[in-house]
Design a protein around this ligand. Structure first.
Ligand code: PEP
Ligand code: MG
Length: 320
């Protein structure tokens, strides 16, 4: 089976009737990026940069971060690299930079909330990324961003970084910008944010956690935290409909995108890109290549009508 799948790596990701989608990879290290070509991933759709801090004793300086992103771009060989700014807090514990004691860390000071409150952390990362963008295509996205004011603050910081880089005569490149859509508020507020964005990436892991009010790390809540549910489908559909109205690219980077059974449904709903764990990428490609786009649309239309979690999951798993 593995050998069979490997034969797909050079083939295009398209349905039997010729509808193309991009298959990108979720990565957390340079080592994972170095394996992209082995499986024919078209790029990185989510680079979890907080992983670089797992074993660090302090936040790396701008020079070290710049070198790190340049090394990543070198391994990408011209393919697009989607970097997520540091997503600290809640389930992502980074020893050298833990936001602190909170009663409800998942509802607390995490993601872009934390880094906007610590511009000395975000500025270093933004400057390093802007400079690295001189050497290859980078897409930048922000985690846990709910509200257009937060986006304004991020872009203001980016403008400041560009001004100071100019003054210091340090080169930088152009970036594409997106947000990780991972809270219900972000879905609801998309219309006001999309004019400032090139893409959105739906983070179904946290979007499910916040939509269902169920802790993603609590093993007692697996029934209350289903990976596929009518609620999450409705939120995905709302996001896609808003993004399409403003011609913004839609990616899905949560675990849901790595489930081969769910890929035709997401494609039928209008997703342009799936960002997937390396180990699942070729399996998802094989399913897409064996499906008709017209069937994907039918699956999406049927799925969105299901009101019960169990009924929806039975329908989707019965398709293969
Ligand atoms: C998500 O929340 O769906 C996501 C892709 O990011 P993470 O799992 O790193 O929070
Ligand atoms: Mg997340």
């Amino acid at each position: 089976r593995k050998q069979q799948l490997l034969q797909l790596k050079e083939l295009p990701t398209e349905t039997l009737d010729g509808h193309s989608v991009s298959l990108l990879a979720n990565v957390g290290s340079l080592n994972e990026i170095s394996h992209l070509a082995d499986i024919g991933a078209e790029g990185v759709g989510l680079f979890r940069t907080e992983f670089m801090l797992m074993n660090a004793s302090t936040l790396p300086q701008e020079k070290a971060q710049y070198q790190f992103y340049c090394d990543a771009l070198h391994l990408m060989q011209g393919r697009p690299l989607t970097i997520r700014t540091l997503d600290l807090g809640a389930d992502k514990e980074i020893p050298c930079l833990t936001p602190g004691d909170e009663l409800n860390p998942a509802l607390g000071f995490r993601g872009i909330r934390y880094t906007l409150a610590h511009p000395e952390i975000l500025t270093v990362q933004l400057r390093a990324i802007l400079r690295a963008a001189n050497h290859g295509p980078i897409r930048l996205m922000f985690p846990m961003l709910n509200q257009v004011e937060e986006l304004d603050m991020v872009f203001e910081l980016i403008e400041q970084c560009k001004r100071s880089l100019n003054q210091e005569e340090k080169g930088f490149g152009a970036l594409s910008y997106g947000i990780v859509v991972e809270t219900p508020a972000a879905v609801i507020n998309l219309a006001s944010m999309l004019p400032k964005l090139d893409f959105i990436s739906i983070g179904t892991n946290d979007l499910t956690q916040y939509a269902m009010a169920a802790d993603r790390t609590n093993p007692d809540l697996t029934r209350q935290y289903p990976s596929l549910s009518p609620a999450i489908l409705t939120l995905i559909k709302m996001s896609i409909d808003s993004a399409k109205r403003q011609q913004v690219t839609v990616s899905v980077c949560g675990e849901l995108a790595s489930d081969p059974v769910v890929a035709p449904l997401l494609i039928g709903m209008g997703v342009d890109e799936l960002s997937i764990n390396l180990s699942a990428l070729l399996e998802v490609k094989s399913v897409i290549r064996a499906t008709n786009y017209s069937k994907c649309i039918e699956i999406a239309a049927q799925s969105i009508k299901k009101t019960r979690i169990e009924e929806l999951n039975r329908y989707i798993s019965g398709l293969i």
